[in-house]
Write a protein that binds this ligand. Structure first.
Ligand code: FES
Length: 133
């Protein structure tokens, strides 16, 4: 899939009205950021429709890397100024990176026991060989 254009490496505050439908630009080409102006046509992207749940200001994503579109999730902090206006995607998270932090700690703490488990398998095989008639 194509990378979106980084329209900016910061979010933009917009006033939303509860119940109104908006079309968030996902391609980054719109000149009406963060909203769609139809520039995506002919490409791999489509606007993301959303309905505002409440009146008020919301910070919408302009970097097109958020994991919570259309809202900013802070991902823009990883994008250098040099990528603004260019096609770009942050590296995909691996499964280990996608795990909640508590699972990473459990995996880290279990490493020594995995080695012990390996020794246990070797010991068991030695005992089994010794036990053969
Ligand atoms: S602008 Fe903040 S995550 Fe895209």
């Amino acid at each position: 899939m194509d990378d979106p254009i980084v329209a900016d490496n910061k979010s933009v505050p917009v006033e939303l009205k509860a119940g109104d439908e908006y079309y968030f630009c996902t391609c980054g080409k719109s000149s009406n950021q963060p909203f769609c102006d139809g520039s995506h046509k002919g490409g791999a992207f489509a606007p993301k429709a959303f309905v505002a749940k409440e009146d008020g200001e919301a910070y919408l994503c302009k970097c097109k890397q958020t994991g919570n579109a259309p809202f900013c999730d802070g991902s823009h902090a990883q994008i250098p100024d040099a990528h603004v206006g260019k096609a770009f995607s942050l590296p995909q998270k691996t499964n280990a990176q996608a795990l909640p932090p508590c699972f990473s700690v459990i995996i880290y703490l279990s490493r020594p026991f995995r080695r012990l488990h390996g020794l246990g398998i070797i010991w068991t095989r030695v005992v089994q060989v010794d036990a053969l008639p």
